[in-house]
Write a protein that binds this ligand. Structure first.
Ligand SMILES: [Zn+2]
Length: 195
């Protein structure tokens, strides 16, 4: 599976600039890039993230403020996607083998998946097109995924630790040390990725 869930755009109040939708997008996309699924904390939080126009605003200025056309995006995916679009119809994002799938469309999971190492893999030709055109094979996408995975596993371990009995003191101290080192490591990485 590429992601834990498909983001859903909610009904939001109309704004006069697309940037004013950023907090709405952040909430609807659970602080994750719509394309690579990285949490914005790896890029300095909401200020480090950008708003991508799925149907490019340079080609379809009439959708500049169209909330259903906006994607919460990391700077790497936004830059890679740029104004790429197949054809000249804003309602046709792909032809089945070229183009893009809206991150809020569950169909995306039919074309892309994650392997156990965090690599984003194509399941179809359209998936291959997206990997190539969004630069989804960048090692940083794996790196960020692994960090998120470590956080999740650490959380699971700590839940288990809370249920251990007192005679497992050694096990507990090793686990706490792992938690401490992992947290510090995560903090260094967070700072290294700050925008
Ligand atoms: Zn991204």
């Amino acid at each position: 599976m590429l992601r834990k869930g498909t983001p859903v755009r909610s009904v939001v109040a109309a704004q006069t600039t697309y940037r004013a939708y950023k907090e709405d997008l952040r909430r609807d996309f659970s602080s994750r890039c719509g394309y690579c699924d990285a949490l914005d904390e790896f890029f300095g939080g909401v200020r480090g993230y950008q708003i991508d126009h799925f149907a490019p605003k340079s080609l379809f200025p009439e959708w500049l403020l169209e909330y259903r056309n906006l994607v919460y995006s990391c700077p790497f995916c936004n830059r890679a996607k740029s104004n790429k679009w197949i054809g000249d119809d804003k309602n046709i994002p792909n032809d089945g083998s070229s183009g893009f799938v809206d991150p809020c469309d569950p169909d995306l999971d039919n074309h892309l998946e994650r392997d156990n190492h965090g690599r984003i893999r194509a399941k179809t030709d359209l998936g291959r097109y997206m990997i190539a055109n969004l630069n989804l094979s960048l090692i940083r996408h794996q790196f960020v995924w692994q960090t998120q995975k470590m956080d999740e596993l650490l959380g699971e371990l700590l839940e288990l630790e809370a249920r251990l009995s007192a005679d497992t003191e050694h096990y507990r101290s090793v686990l706490q040390e792992i938690a401490r080192v992992t947290r510090e490591h995560r903090e260094y990485r967070r700072r290294a990725f700050e925008a």
